[in-house]
Every structure is written in C-alpha cells, then in structure tokens.
Design a protein. Structure first.
Length: 255
C-alpha cells in the first residue's frame, strides 16, 4: 500500500498539481495509491511535518509553501526527492535529488503535437482563487481543475502561458512552453516561497510580475522565460520510481 497525502479542495474539486502524483505513480509502479485527501488551506508538507509528528514520512517531490516555524525530528523524514533547494535546506538535506512530480509528466504522457504556426498566442492559467476574477474579461483561461492529460493538451495549444498557478509554470516548463509567472494584485496569493523553491532546482530565480484582472496580458510577452532542461530533470526520479520502488513494501505516509 502507498498511503499518499494530496491536497483536495472543498467540494471534491481536483487540482492538477496533485492529480499528477496519482498519474505518475500509477504509470511507474502499476498501482493506484491510497490517497489521503486534505481540504485545508496551505501546504501538506508544512502540515504533515508538524513538530508533533511521531511516525516516519517519505517525501517524493513535495516542497514547502512557506518557511515553517518548526518541524518534526529529521529522524522521521526519509527524503527521496524534493521540489527545490529551499525545501532541501530546511530539511537539512542540501544534497537531495530535486524534482517536482510535474517534471516527470513528459515521461508519462505525450500530447498531440501542434506546429507552432497553428498555435494560439497566449492563455492564462490562474491559481484557483483567481479564476472568478477573470470571468467576463476577454481572456482565454485554462482551469487547474482539469485532469492532467486534458490540462497538458490545452496548454500545448498555446505559444505562451501566463500563470499564477505553480503547476501552470511547472507543466509549461516540462513541455517546453515559454511562460510568465504572475500574481494578481486584486487578490494576491502571497505564497512566493514555493515558486522560488521550484526555480532554485534550476540554479536560478525569477521575479513575479504583478497584474490586475483587467490588464492586457499580451503585453507580458517580454517577460516570458523557460526553465531549460526541465524535461531532463524529471528522468532520474521517474526512473527511480519505475525501477527501484519496491511495491511489495508497505509505504505509509508518503508526500
């Protein structure tokens, strides 16, 4: 059994960043993990590694949403890989393998290929708290509530992705689509740490671009970036799961 913690929005609405975990695990080890879903605001890693924890936990690709005030004993933490250097440093494991599950998706799923000439210019991938802000404006939106394959097919229809969602950025990087990291001043996300953590895995950083819901997003083209080597970064942890994960063992409390 693989007892896996994922975030789940209230009302049973799925989140592509967490659905990826199930897709990749099922592909790599031919089993569907037992999912422990949590409907809370914040980071599962911040919550599961609470200082009151008494059971061992295995970490696969997770990262902190913000720097924690206190965490459980390092003896209870078994790191397989984490999202970025900032999380690895907090856990006092600076040499950890770095990879988010999203970077493994190209090794699991290849969307229909579109020639660049047939692609549309840009689309906005909002964090779910921003979705309703952009309804009614003349702006194409891709919801993070889509399942991973549908989400990836949609972003591959565009030349540029503007995103306030972390996994909008990560999956764009994974599939080689230039992107812009934004936050919406009408309702700021205030969780830049997880973005910087992700970028640190590529040994560079970005600055967030502040936008309003009535801005012309086409003007953001000049800010586009791409984390080069994202596809390659996902190969080692993907192979680790596929070739060395022992399905005969009882894997409890995985993040």
């Amino acid at each position: 059994m693989i007892d896996t913690f994922v975030y789940n929005r209230s009302g049973g609405i799925t989140n592509v960043g967490d659905e990826i975990t199930k897709f990749v695990l099922k592909d790599c080890i031919q089993t569907i993990p037992f999912i422990s879903s949590y409907s809370f605001s914040g980071s599962i890693l911040n919550s599961v590694l609470d200082k009151r924890r008494s059971q061992k936990v295995e970490i696969y690709g997770s990262g902190f949403i913000k720097k924690p005030l206190d965490i459980c004993s390092s003896e209870l933490i078994d790191i397989k890989f984490v999202r970025g250097k900032l999380t690895a440093k907090i856990l006092d494991k600076p040499k950890s393998l770095l990879c988010d599950f999203g970077l493994m998706m190209p090794h699991h799923y290849t969307p229909p290929q579109k020639k660049i000439i047939g692609k549309k210019d840009l689309c906005f991938v909002p964090h779910y708290i921003h979705e309703n802000l952009f309804r009614g404006y003349n702006q194409e939106i891709i919801s993070t509530s889509l399942n991973p394959e549908d989400f990836i097919r949609k972003i591959n229809e565009y030349k540029l992705i503007i995103s306030s969602s972390l996994h909008g950025i990560i999956l764009s990087d994974a599939y080689g689509i230039p992107n812009v990291w934004v936050d919406v001043i009408d309702k700021p996300l205030n969780s830049e740490f997880k973005f910087h953590d992700y970028f640190s895995s590529f040994n560079y950083d970005r600055k967030v671009v502040k936008i309003s819901c009535n801005d012309d997003l086409s003007k953001l083209v000049e800010y586009q970036q791409l984390s080069h080597g994202a596809n390659d970064k996902g190969k080692e942890p993907y192979d680790f799961l596929k070739n060395t994960f022992d399905i005969s063992k009882n894997h409890e409390n995985c993040i």
